[in-house]
Design a protein around this ligand. Sequence first.
Ligand code: PLP
Length: 396
Amino acid sequence: MFSAERFIAERVRLIEASGIRKVFELARQLKDPINLSIGQPDFDVPAQIKQAAAAAIARGMNSYTVTQGIAELHQRIGLGLARELPNWKLASAHGDSQILVTSGVSGGLLLAFLACLNPGDQVILADPYFVMYKHLVTLVGAVPVYVNTYPDFRLTAGKVEPLISPRTKMVLFNSPSNPTGVVSSEKECREMAELAERRGILLLSDEIYDEFCHEKIPRPGSGVTACPSPAAYSDKILLMRGFSKTYGMTGWRLGYVVGPKAIIEQMTKLQQYSFVCAPSMVQVAGVLAMDVDMTEYVAAYRRKRDMVAEKLASVFELVKPGGAFYAFPKVPEHLGMTGSQFVEKAIARNVVIIPGHVFSERDSHFRISYATSDEKLARGLDILCQLAKGKEEKRN
Ligand code: PLP
């Protein structure tokens, strides 16, 4: 008898389906929910970027591109990085660092793990973490080692160093953070970069939310104001940035990684045999996107962040987010509930949020995404505050 189950490889059996999808299943039964669970901007791609992609399709930019990404996009990324990170030597193909255009940051993460991690290697990462990290690290046979960052959610060199072992190969750094919205300070970034260099560990800095950073500072040695980054202190790291969140292009699949030439070359080789290249018309539009001013969009998220912090602060223990579009409040202890139980109550009141255990080995918090309209956000926050005070009246 045919059993499809028999064909499933062990490596995928180790991975549970994303807990986010389970919440979406529950939420599907709701009529017009207040959805505070979505991990993408609520604005559409700016019109000029859409036009650039459409024009590229019409012009016939529909074939494979070179694996590393089109020259125009390399130049535009290189220009931005040269302004922002004068400590990096990107000037030519002979520089120490290279750029690879990837199918989203997700594509970059998978290639980096495949290129660098052997089975049994250890990867240090913050708990709570972006959900993909845990599963991709496991998929390649490496072992996640969690830094408990509760209650302030700051990943510091001081917390990482005691966990370094002879098997440690990599540290994952994500600021602004998903799910907490915490932005690492300049000092934390510098100390992390120094620790990685000193102990011979590869630091991977996932900066996909760098545009949505409300704690930008002047970059040392350059005139640019930017989110603090370990890349300002070391060019021996893998720096990943994306277009998905910045321009609302999550479905378009574009990102890039910059890092030491020897690693980027191996990642490029693997991309050749997997993703092949990032979508061609999206690469063309990406060049133009990098010159689109997103200040207004960022300002709108800053206002929403302020609304979240203001409304929740009196009833929840909350670390005020400095960036991304997430907050990670703690379920009040007097309720005696786990994150999952609290989320069930919220869904019963038509508000969709994600339980903390999806991003953590614990289940004491929940994630809010404030990438939604001000009106829905205000209503959702009011309901969460009522629930925190133990008020559970049924929705009408
Ligand atoms: N890294 C983090 C921290 C994210 O939150 C996400 C998406 O949610 C990604 C990477 C993946 O982004 P992309 O759409 O570029 O693959």
